[in-house]
Design a protein around this ligand. Structure first.
Ligand SMILES: C[S@@+](CC[C@H](N)C(=O)[O-])C[C@H]1O[C@@H](n2cnc3c(N)ncnc32)[C@H](O)[C@@H]1O
Length: 272
């Protein structure tokens, strides 16, 4: 049972879900015992798992801020997750109060908790839909009424690809969404990387043991997620030392990063 709340019959709380395990790893309260067990498996294999998740959130924050500063005022955030610190609409609307955000997640708990957070924000909505059926996202009434697909969109697939095996061809689902976005749009992605390090293999093991998914990928393979779009400088990097639009910024050498800061990579593609 969640610490602050009675269980809701609509949710299957007997098994962990990605959104709730991630929430538990981040230290949130919207999770149940099996989710906390999942988070404990992550912590067993990667003691700094919370730092990895925080790196990912920081990548999201930096990416959204950069996009908003480029004038992007519409965001389609796929696999949005449960509300936490500095959600997409808060980051974007700090730059432009009129920025619109549609959160999409296939876990209904995100809608339930998101509604409460967003009740007073007319420019933000939460939709329950599945990336594996991308057309259903584009056809969703709330997506169509909130976003104008004749104007540039900030398409976000943050911390999600790892949950799909390459055999499922997740890039093809994203392609459907990207094709619907006009030129001037951006694609923001973070993913687990495989550069041959033990801790990267350990996080994959944790994901497979707790959730049955959570695969790591080479940087070359992550680059393919961008479907040929040119990457905003400095390109793909460990999110810990990634500052989009600031290629000349001094950042630590890769070997100076702690191993747990060498798990999440991020980049932004630009649709010309
Ligand atoms: C690891 S969390 C990442 C949350 C947030 N994007 C972030 O980076 O902090 C992945 C989220 O994707 C959602 N998700 C998993 N499979 C999905 C699918 N097929 N369609 C939409 N969302 C999905 C999960 O429910 C979860 O909330």
């Amino acid at each position: 049972m969640a610490e602050n709340e009675a269980p809701t019959p609509d949710f299957d709380i007997s098994r962990p879900t990605i959104a709730r395990v991630y929430d538990a790893i981040l230290g949130g309260k919207d999770n149940f015992a099996p989710d906390r067990e999942g988070a404990a498996i992550y912590a067993k294999h990667v003691p700094a798992a919370r730092e990895v998740a925080r790196d990912n959130r920081e990548g999201l924050r930096k990416g959204v801020k950069y996009l908003a500063e480029q004038g992007i005022d519409q965001f389609l955030d796929i696999g949005a997750g449960l509300p936490t610190m500095e959600n997409t609409h808060q980051v974007a609307q700090a730059v432009n109060p009129d920025a619109k955000v549609v959160y999409v997640d296939n876990d209904p708990i995100v809608l339930a908790h998101g509604r409460a957070l967003l009740a007073t924000n007319d420019n933000t909505t939460v939709v329950t839909a599945d990336l594996r059926d991308p057309q259903s996202i584009l056809d969703h009434e709330d997506v169509k009424s909130m976003l104008d697909f004749t104007r540039p969109i900030g398409l976000m697939v943050v911390g999600l690809h790892m949950h799909f095996h390459d055999d499922e061809q997740p890039d093809e689902w994203v392609r459907v969404l990207l094709d619907a976005c006009p030129s001037g749009s951006y694609l923001l992605i973070t993913d687990f990387v495989d550069t041959g390090e033990e801790l990267q293999k350990a996080i994959e093991k944790a994901g497979l043991e707790s959730l049955g998914n959570g695969w790591i990928r080479t940087p070359e393979r992550i680059t393919e997620h961008f479907l040929g779009l040119p990457l905003v400088p400095p390109g793909l990097d460990f999110v810990r030392r990634w500052f989009p639009g600031e290629p000349d910024r001094e950042v630590p050498a890769v070997e100076e990063l702690e191993p747990h800061h060498r798990i999440m990579m991020g980049a932004i593609g630009f649709k010309e």
